[in-house]
Ligand binder design. Sequence first.
Ligand SMILES: [Zn+2]
Length: 1255
Amino acid sequence: MTGYSQSREALDMDVTKVGRPVSLVRKPAVYVQRRVAVLLAFLFVSATLATGLLVYFNSSQAEGTSKKTLDLTVSTPLQETGVGGVVPQETGVGGGGVVPQETGVGGGGVVLQETGVGAVVVPQDTGVGGGVVPQETGVGGGGVVLQETGVGGVVLQETGVGGVVLQETGVGGVVLQETGVGGGVVLQETGVGGVVLQETGVGGVVLQETGVGDGVVLQETGVGGVVLQETGVGGVVLQETGVGGVVLQETGVGGVVPQETGVGGVVPQETGVGGVVVPQETGVGGVVPQETGVGGVVLQETGVGGVVVPQETGVGDGVVLQETGVGGVVVLQEKGVGGVVVPQETGVGGVVVPPSREEVNIRLPRALKPLHYMVKLQPFINGNFSIQGFVQVRMVALQATSNLTLHIADIITKNDTIKLVPVDDPEGPGIGITQNLYDNERQFYIALLETELVEGKQYVLSMQFTGYLNDQLKGFYRSTYKDQDGNDRWIAVSQFEPTDARRAFPCFDEPSMKAEFEIYLARESSMNAISNMPKVESFPVEGQEGWMWDHFNTSVPMSTYLVAFVVSDFVHMDSQDNDHVLFRVWSRESAIDQASYALQTGPEVLTFFENYFSIPFPLPKQDMIAIPDFSAGAMENWGLITYRETDMLLNPVASGASSMEFVTVVVAHELAHQWFGNLVTPKWWTDIWLNEGFATYVGTLGVNHIGPTWQSMEQFVSGDLQDVLALDCLQSSHPISVPVGHPDEINQIFDSISYSKGASIIRMMSNFLTEATFRKGLTNYLSNLAYGNAEQDDLWQFLSEAGHEEATLPADLTVKMVMDTWTLQMGYPVVKVVRNGTLATLTQERFLLIKNENWTDSHDYKWWIPLTYTTQENPNFESTPPDVWMKDSESQIMISSLPSQEHWVIFNVQETGFYRVNYDDDNWNLLIKQLNTNHTLIHVVNRAQIIDDALDLAQAGQLSYNTALNVNVYLRNETEYVPWESALSNLEYLEMMFTRSAGYGALKSYLLAILTPLYDSVGFEDNLNDPLLEQYKRVEALSWACNLDYQDCVHNSVSLFQQWMDNPANRSIISPNLMTTVCCTAIAAGGEEEWNFAWNQYLTSNVGAEKNKLLVALGCSREIWILSRYLDMSFTEDSGIRKQDAHTVFGSVARNDVGRDLAWNYVREEWEKISNYFGSFTTLGDLVKTVAYEFNTKQEKYELELFREEHAGELETAKRAVDQAIERTTNNIAWMENYYDVIVLWLHDNGYHKMIKHF
Ligand SMILES: [Zn+2]
């Protein structure tokens, strides 16, 4: 996987929901008209009902019940107490008849009344009785119920008693749905009847259970909706197009109401809209109220359609759930909008196992090993977002067991379809299941078996299930985009890593449980489906016109997290550049021309890796697809790589130079995973760094192959390596190899420690073993473990063998001895070099940016360090195998035979080792002198190293800032990009800390003094044909110069932006490289007009990279009210800002000196709104960290602490982030106290304070 950016924070921020389209919740006017017709028809029917009637029922959907005549008898009058008849409101013991409201003992009957007028059913409105009546008062009772105006309904049914109930307030029963908005959902229990019905435009889903069935459901107009009926006895259902009505029935007897168009349901609704259902019994039964804890419950909320409110707590948004012991289906409704139902986590039916309070082992038992899955999925993308699924998995019993355990989440199983049979007796009775259990905490489905499975034998488990295309960007989810005509289009796409395959189908969802996968996807015939393997055939879905099944070839053995599906209306382009792999790139139609670069680069990188690893790509095809809503940057699914659009699509005119390199980096990273991760997979997530570290490092080799002039290997140092050195020097860091269990923990280690530190120590290995030896070991590792799993020890073993064979590793040293010190310990060392004549004393110590006095970690941090060095007398920066090993048992060693002390030495040649180097003052001064006389004598990577080490050592208090700032003075002569990148990313900290202080003017003078020569050399005019790094230097120089108010830069930006405003359609006026800087500068200098112009350009842009740049620039305004409006928009649905981009907008405002306090106030004032908007507190925590990034005063620290205190107990997952923000602020305050005066003095002594006027 590629994270959206280096940091885990950014990754989190992108896991956000997709907004619900308006079309889901609007009901067409024609629908209401039809409902009125139903009502009128009802009035006719209800008059008949009151005296009993025969109803002819004709359903094409309920087999075996068509043309059936049913006798519907209703005990009439109503009754106070007693039996039978209808009972009105009161206390109601009544059996038979109708049962009223109250106590719920009541049996039969049907309706109750509001008005007390009796009759069996009385429609509310008219008071004429007959039909069913809606309930008013809330205690719920029997009868049928229906809903009040304007509200949705939900229903569900209960055991044993049948009937239907529905409720307004309190207790549920059956429900039905109604006007206005959302559909409802219904679902039915086993064995017992129930009823449901559904509604509105979007269709809900209904489904019926097995057994005795009866309930019924039906569906309404338009789209989705489904009704279905079950076997057995009972009820009936029927469906009407366009009109709906509902009926349902008890077994054998019940009345039924058929429905034909225009004839209306049985019960009308108040407002003339909803149809209603009337249950009917013969004499007995009738309706059952809720009562006694047996019943399922559902109930309705007011106001909006289709909301379900959980009964128990009265809080939630919409969960309904079933009591235990009965059965369980769970439904829950999305908040406030209605229309769709979402299955609850615990949707398995059967007993729900209560979560334990202790630490649990979340690993699957090892008794069963999956061999082959057949998965069939039919996602209703343009319907109600349900997924009809079937899975069949062949397994071998590795040991005898009487329970079958696998993963499941957000899925409703159809328990009566679950079958387990021995492979050698597929037609036999199978293995009985005595109980279905669900372990919510571990996301386990557990079947307790009647008889033990026999060790060594194979079995086949199969089941049907219902899933759901969620909007959470994980599992099998839905994504939306607008086509060229502005219409909403929907697609379904999967994202399973690390633990979300279980949301798409029941499976053994652990990386070592490899198996073959045979996938079938059903799609509407206008769409297409792709998966890991090529399609082998397509054929119609039986009984569903317009639907096709696509059947895909059986895969190679692989982990569940690499399975992938996409169903879309996307288009593709093909390449045969690789002679045995068909390469295809996919995107929405209007963006396909932006996929050309990926199509050209992909096969080239794939071929490069085949040669590099000496192992051919094993699949016949490789698809790459750009997804409009995607949580990570990209995902390496085997044979079907999914990307965020900006990570795969490239518009040469609008995207800019860095986008081209970025796309190359991501493509190379994902293709590297096809070997590292897909072919050989970590046994468990603890070793995920093997995947991500290798994909990052080897991916860089692929980028270097594509762009040999891009200095990718050098950029790796100033980017990945130095970035993660800056993180790994905190006490809160963690080892690369870290035990993880719960999915939250697993997700957390997809961070830059795994990616960048992993890649950095792999680079170190490649250098101490030598490249050729390293490759030999890798190829052996991959080919020996192909289609299997590995731990880091396996890699160490193959590399040691290669190192000893090639004699690049001392015979008494193993890779494991060295590398365990780098992967099992967090942090890294600083090596201090103190010279004395030709001798040098070297010590190693863990490098910590801040030493916390309360630190209790007593671990003795020591590493095996491959030491390399070169000297002024004989400078050689090309040799990177170690000159000396410093052992993990040594805190000090001596090196002799160095040149005399008048000449410098440099350790860590090309910064191939993952450590910092500090020197005595004399050596530092020799280095400063060399840099100022002829810096090119020192290798460009070591110049970057010296800058980075000096500034970080100074920040940690291990080197004086005078020395560090003196090192950087030479930069005015530096023309290479890589040392500049190191310098600017470090100097940014000084700039941030000074920005609101009196010394800022002097610091600006210093920064501009070293920057202006670079600015002048690159010039303001951009040229997309310049070498890539020349373009990068220009981007950096202009960005800094404009930010420091360098007038030439500001004037040019404002003027260029004005030209664009004069020619809005001409998108080539501002080079994409400079888009952020120019727009940010012009918007900061301008007002509302400039802002609005840029906003409109954002809205109309079709290029993701350009949109992102404009979003950032819009946060540069200096008008408080504009920033305030912008913040509001970023947390509002349908404002034009995607939810995934809200953090970008917030960050832009928070980084703006004018906007930061505003952003901080916004978080504090609106934290509830923000967490509701994202559905979690994670994002809120990230926002606090973002806004507090530059905090460096005691007042700000106090405000943070107050915030934490005020919301103690509410912050949940945001707490850690708030703690981190407080820690960072504490450190910034300490930094200001320790170094601000020192630096101001240095600036003064070096004349920078006088130069303010000059600039
Ligand atoms: Zn990756």
